[in-house]
Design a protein around this ligand. Sequence first.
Ligand code: GTP
Ligand code: SPV
Ligand code: MN
Length: 587
Amino acid sequence: MTTNNIALKTWVDEVAALTTPDTIQWCDGSQAEYDKLIELMVGNGMMEALDQEKWPGCYYHRSDAQDVARVEHLTFICSNDKDVAGPNNNWEEPAVMKEKLTGLFKGCMKGRTMYVVPYCMGPVGSPYSKVGVEITDSPYVTVNMKIMTRMGQQALDKLGDSTDFVRGLHSTGELDPERRYICHFPETREIWSFGSGYGGNALLGKKCHALRIASAQARDEGWLAEHMLILGLENPEGEVKYVTAAFPSACGKTNLAMLIPPAHYKGWKAWCVGDDIAWMRYGEDGRLYAINPEAGFFGVAPGTSEKTNKNALESLKTNSIFTNTAVSEDGQPWWEGLSEAPANATDWRGNAWTPESDTPAAHPNSRFTAPARQCPVVSSKFDDPEGVPIEAMIFGGRRAKTAPLVFEAFDWEHGVYVGAMAASETTAAATGAVGVVRRDPMAMKPFCGYNFADYFGHWLEMGKKSEKAPKIFHVNWFRQNDKGEFIWPGFGDNMRVLEWILKRCAGEADAVETPIGHVPAPGTLDLEGIDIDEVTLERLLGVDPEAWHTELEGQKEFLETYGERMPAAMWKQFEQLKERLTAVSAS
Ligand code: GTP
Ligand code: SPV
Ligand code: MN
């Protein structure tokens, strides 16, 4: 590992002086280094080797039972001005937060190794990629970073002697939830994370850098950093069109990103560019291009099966890390929904488990970390420095009622409003209550590094930059009947909705205008081979004015929270929606 970067070396020295580790290890990102770290962790019990014949290169980690998800109430955006962080974020003055954190970090790596982990978000050769360095005392974090990012020497080479890198400081501390903070300093492009070893709290390249810091940087530089999958759809003629989709955590991005089209879609192929984050900017041709800043998947395990997501299962068969799933007595990872339950297993807490146990074997937010390159349908453009051109952007969420299966926004400005008003039932990806409907604008509620009012303003500006901006849609796979059952088959069958979306982009499908947007005209949504009766279809595509009037009240309340800062265009969209809804109610 070599670098002459003075700024980096100086910072590493400063951090070492503060945290006093026993040793410092600069990570080169090599396989040998990775293997040694795994060996170290298998030796000290942090990792367990899975059955190496069936799961070559796969290992298991059980995190602290109090440390199994992102902690939104302990996540802070410490911009200089509170209003810049906005009502959507927890805020503290940078100097005050740094003083508090300095106290926590002081001497925290005593007896530990400090790993210096340089990483590149995005293809190393892309001018749109960004370098970061995470300093961490967790070997688990270090090996995960190797899968999730382009890590090590390649990132240092890209950085050269530039001072332009995100500085991420991480320590697991004592894993005490009372002494846990995930803090971002957007102006100085710094992240300080203390007291957690889990996922989005600790793998700083992901949500902390690629979304919270990057969204603020994107605002300054005129691009977009979004919580979106990137998917290519190839038609039988071999033409590939790309879409992005923003759904909240655990609402179907990984699944949609590698979907398998239904049997009768002969000659159609779906290609995965990314499953969680998209960085987008306009190309010289005026089209919006997306790159995936990540190199791996940190996917939700429960529900992942041959039937729902075969490509994810193929991706995670080798060289993967399983966190908080269950492990069968013969060393197989297992989770609810994967297959028939093993007769005897150890659950995510480390307790003996059998199918008769009345608690889940895997934590609902248990995850796999798998290299994206192992995905059977990884896009040939995965490493393309220019990224892929986007036809359509899709917003969505988990809504039992109100939101129809799909609708198209009238134009960009309306589309921004639709994305901004997205709401979803909460999931196990963050600590707190599950199943409560909350507003999650553009699936960015936990990840926007600045004031949502300014963020919507930035989105509105992005639409004005080009005539060729993508079309905007909204989907909902999670509509339920009165018995609480999903009425849309979902998963691979979501292809049907994607095809309608692509047809709309090409001007090839009819739609019916409703107060909230355009829904598929009768007969334009391909329902061949699935059992959807008229009543169900009506429920799927229906827009209930009464439910939407209630929804309007929630939207108004939300807009008001942002006071004067909320762009006038958003209020205009609100008024227009209200008028359209009132008109249908009166008729
Ligand atoms: P994060 O990694 O947290 O950002 O989540 P994600 O958006 O990638 O969600 P993921 O694809 O992992 O799906 C989460 C859960 O939703 C899994 O249990 C899936 O089985 C389930 N799911 C995904 N797609 C569908 C669908 O179309 N219909 C239904 N009913 N469930 C789905
Ligand atoms: C999410 O919660 O949206 C995730 C998982 O993708 S984590 O990396 O923990 O944020
Ligand atoms: Mn996510």
